[in-house]
Design a protein around this ligand. Structure first.
Ligand SMILES: Nc1ncnc2c1ncn2[C@@H]1O[C@H](COP(=O)(O)OP(=O)(O)OP(=O)(O)O)[C@@H](O)[C@H]1O
Ligand SMILES: Nc1ccn([C@@H]2O[C@H](COP(=O)(O)O)[C@@H](O)[C@H]2O)c(=O)n1
Length: 212
């Protein structure tokens, strides 16, 4: 089974994807870390983030072992990721890695921005996760503070809104709900209720009570 989870920044898609993978015994890929890894390599090299040829070369030679680097979580790297991810050649370079990951048995849960629309249009279940921007900013701020990083909620909110705007309006694989994706609004759900709602969607699709 392949489950595609898309949604805007900090909507909770990674949290749901991990929990669904655990629940169904599937592998999980947070595709955001791939773009973050490209961005961090460009930042570390002092490269122009809009240098498409260079960023595509970085994308082609990425080492998945770097995906665990905690430095990828920073706001600076997230913002840079939304710049490099708009470059078509960067996206092209990363398609086959993501598709191969999804297609290996027993299947996988992938979360990102274009999983249901571009990477796995044939996914068995697609979920589009949203939450109010203010709620997302609050959660992300609490997360940063829990890691011991100072975070200003207003700055986090501005970053989230800017990234959403860039991700939605780029020409290459923009963030959007696939026609056959099921909307899950996480704004007023705690994590356990969100996970339950996501499992309910998967079960309803499998039972034919909801369209795939
Ligand atoms: N339903 C929820 N209630 C409270 N906190 C939540 C909920 N869902 C997620 N969170 C918290 O919100 C933060 C963002 O969640 P998460 O990292 O899953 O979002 P994301 O959409 O994967 O983010 P990104 O855009 O960086 O990939 C995390 O700290 C997570 O623990
Ligand atoms: N499938 C994807 C996943 C991510 N991006 C871009 O990367 C940025 C960081 O992603 P996070 O999920 O870790 O926040 C994000 O803002 C997107 O620009 C993408 O384009 N496609």
């Amino acid at each position: 089974m392949i489950i595609a989870i898309d949604g805007p920044a900090a909507s909770g898609k990674g949290t749901l994807a991990k929990r669904l993978a655990l629940h169904y015994g599937l592998r999980h890929l947070d595709t955001g870390v791939i773009y973050r890894a490209v961005a961090k390599a460009m930042l570390d090299a002092g490269a122009d983030l809009n240098d498409e040829a260079r960023a595509a070369m970085v994308a082609q030679t990425l080492d998945p072992a770097t995906f665990d680097d905690p430095a990828l979580k920073s706001q600076e790297v997230g913002a840079a990721a939304s710049v490099v991810s708009a470059l078509p050649k960067v996206r092209e370079a990363l398609v086959s890695f993501q598709r191969q990951f999804a297609e290996q048995p027993p299947g996988a849960v992938l979360d990102g921005r274009d999983i249901g629309t571009v990477i796995c249009p044939q996914a068995d279940v697609k979920i589009f996760v949203v939450a109010d921007p203010a709620v997302r900013a609050r959660r992300r701020t609490l997360e940063a503070q829990a890691r011991g990083e100072p975070a200003d909620e207003a700055v986090v909110l501005a970053d989230i809104l800017k990234r959403d705007e860039r991700d939605r309006n780029r020409a290459a694989a923009p963030l959007k709900q696939a026609d056959d994706a099921h909307l899950l609004d996480n704004s007023h759900l705690d994590i356990e209720s969100g996970v339950r709602a996501a499992i309910d969607i998967v079960e309803a699709v499998r039972a034919g009570r909801l369209r795939a």
